[in-house]
Design a protein around this ligand. Structure first.
Ligand SMILES: Cc1cc2nc3c(=O)[nH]c(=O)nc-3n(C[C@H](O)[C@H](O)[C@H](O)COP(=O)(O)O)c2cc1C
Length: 212
């Protein structure tokens, strides 16, 4: 397992994932669809939608709550947003290595895994905090299913990722492409093992990012 993890990370760090290890805010994604303030005159309605997988993972071992979920819960706590778990009907293997293999096959096939539930009324939300682990340099394919299930026109999307070396990976490019009519703001990237084990650092990183 360790071997595969190392290979995966080496591939990413070598550039395949546009690696940018960091616990900070990424550069703006593009001039025309970048915002930094989810404001306006009214109080925004906030959704915190996230994909996250528990079970065995790189660097953290067997976990009950996924790394990204921990960050999502902190964002919801600080913003008062509504949490929504993006969950595929077919769960991934609990072991790390088989999970990476399934994820790679899905990415190669540009799969769109079916999700277990829908957001009841997406229209009411102005700001979507979108959380995901970096999988092979991008979002898990179930996140694309989620993005293609709603009209996100004119909504503000605030991406946040957990990773083990790739930072936001390719998502500063892939998300704006998938959301051409939304305003995709600079994302937050946190190491998965920090998200899992260091709540104080998560709290601080989240509050600094939200304030931007
Ligand atoms: C299928 C799979 C692919 C992964 N690919 C990458 C990657 O390309 N770059 C990286 O830095 N970490 C990668 N990781 C590590 C995860 O991004 C990291 O453990 C993340 O925090 C997991 O979040 P979660 O617990 O919310 O699912 C991968 C993990 C898995 C399971």
């Amino acid at each position: 397992m360790k071997k595969l993890g190392i290979c995966l990370l080496i591939a990413c760090l070598a550039g395949a994932c546009n690696a940018k290890p960091q616990e900070s805010v990424a550069p703006a994604v593009s001039a025309e669809n970048t915002v930094s303030h989810p404001t306006g005159n009214k109080t925004p309605h906030i959704l915190v939608a996230y994909f996250s997988r528990a079970d065995e993972n790189y660097s953290v071992g067997n976990i009950r709550t996924g790394n990204t979920q921990k960050v999502a819960e902190e964002i919801a706590r600080q913003t008062g947003g509504t949490l929504f778990h993006i969950q595929p009907v077919k769960s991934y293997p609990a072991a790390y290595k088989p999970c990476t293999e399934v994820a790679k096959q899905e990415q190669d096939a540009q799969a769109r895994p079916t999700l277990t539930q829908k957001v009841p009324d997406m229209d009411q939300y102005d700001v979507i905090y979108l959380g995901y682990p970096i999988w092979w340099g991008d979002v898990p394919m179930a996140v694309y299913t989620f993005l293609e299930s709603y009209d996100f026109s004119n909504k503000i999307i605030r991406p946040f990722a957990t990773h083990e070396g790739s930072g936001l990976g390719r998502t500063p490019t892939t998300l704006p492409k998938a959301l051409p009519h939304s305003k995709v703001s600079p994302g937050l990237a946190l190491y998965g093992h920090v998200a899992q084990n260091e709540p104080d650092r998560v709290r601080t990183a989240v509050s600094q990012w939200i304030a931007q």
